[in-house]
Design a protein around this ligand. Sequence first.
Ligand SMILES: Cc1cc2nc3c(=O)[nH]c(=O)nc-3n(C[C@H](O)[C@H](O)[C@H](O)COP(=O)(O)OP(=O)(O)OC[C@H]3O[C@@H](n4cnc5c(N)ncnc54)[C@H](O)[C@@H]3O)c2cc1C
Length: 362
Amino acid sequence: MFQIEENVSLAQFTTFGVGGPARYFCEPKNREDVTYAYTFAKEKRIPVFILGAGSNLLVSDDGYAGLVIKPAFAGVSIREENDAAVSVYIGAGEMWDRFVSWAVEHNCAGIECLSGIPGTVGGFIFENAGAYRQNCSDYIVTIDAFDTKEGTWRTFSKDESDFSYHMSFFKKNAGHYCIVGARLDLPRSGTVRTRCMYKDNKFDFSKLFPETEPMPSLVEMREAILRVRGDKGMLIMDGFESFKSAGSFFGLPPVSREKFLEIEQTVNTIDKKKTLELSPWYWEQNDGTIKIAPAFLLEFTEFVKGYRRGNVGISPKHSLAVINYGGTAYEIKNLAENMQAKVFELFGVHLVPEVTYVGFPA
Ligand SMILES: Cc1cc2nc3c(=O)[nH]c(=O)nc-3n(C[C@H](O)[C@H](O)[C@H](O)COP(=O)(O)OP(=O)(O)OC[C@H]3O[C@@H](n4cnc5c(N)ncnc54)[C@H](O)[C@@H]3O)c2cc1C
């Protein structure tokens, strides 16, 4: 029977492993449960927070003084298939990586580069999570969600979902819609369909799979991505060294050419050798702006890989990943704010948290 529990620790549901209790907590498995949970919160006049796998959150040590709803809609099912494509329906509570593994096994292409990212299908759609030039939204056809304000059910088309880089209609209207499932049409292929043009100092598709060789199979691509993510310490999986983090803590919006030249001069003055060693660290955008790797900027501060302060620190493998070694949410937040302040002081740019803060005073 569906139950709403009281005072449930949220630390167990976040990849940081921190977070105080939720005043109320539930895991709805069907539409009736979701409707019931929202009616409960409305009657009690308490706020609601929707939780996925807690892999992009920092939950306060004081917890959340409302109802936390963790959609537990499970299952991956084939709705239609032909020689060219497979139409799949997935519950929002499924772990995304389990779905990728399923897709790879079933010769469904297009999401293999999204291997090894923690998170639920609901969280992925909300964030439009992406990596190595693939995005969660690429093959989405429709999304089912509960409209928490109207108390009605809606099916959104991909256009209505307004996806862009790490953004969706659902994220723009956070808290308004509780996603319960989605349909994706994946192209049928046992091999990778397009060569991945993304390149950084740990990933270069043309070195991993030279053009003279046939395209890699989906399994080979998934394994390569898992290895690279493991090398970056960005994998929470048995058999790999894992850290308590929320992945990349910060993003950095593209900067103007003038700002880029200023930053280039600063880093070359501080340590030209390091600048060369860490290349490529910037990417020109079609609109003339320049995207700079935030991890690169941090490498010119004291907040470098392996930095440690008490029970929190920075991953020894990636300077964008803040790590919890047994500390508190307060300590993590404090370190993140110091990192932002230092980058602003040195380069005059604002690192923007990609992680959502939950339960902290506004
Ligand atoms: C080691 C590591 C590596 C990572 N690498 C990447 C990466 O390469 N690329 C990337 O994009 N991200 C990455 N992330 C971040 C994270 O995995 C993604 O943002 C993921 O999509 C979050 O999913 P989640 O289920 O954990 O959502 P949560 O963290 O639980 O929630 C995130 C947001 O989504 C909302 N939400 C969750 N479920 C629903 C739902 N059903 N309906 C409505 N709203 C919902 C929440 O309210 C919250 O605002 C990484 C994280 C870690 C820990």
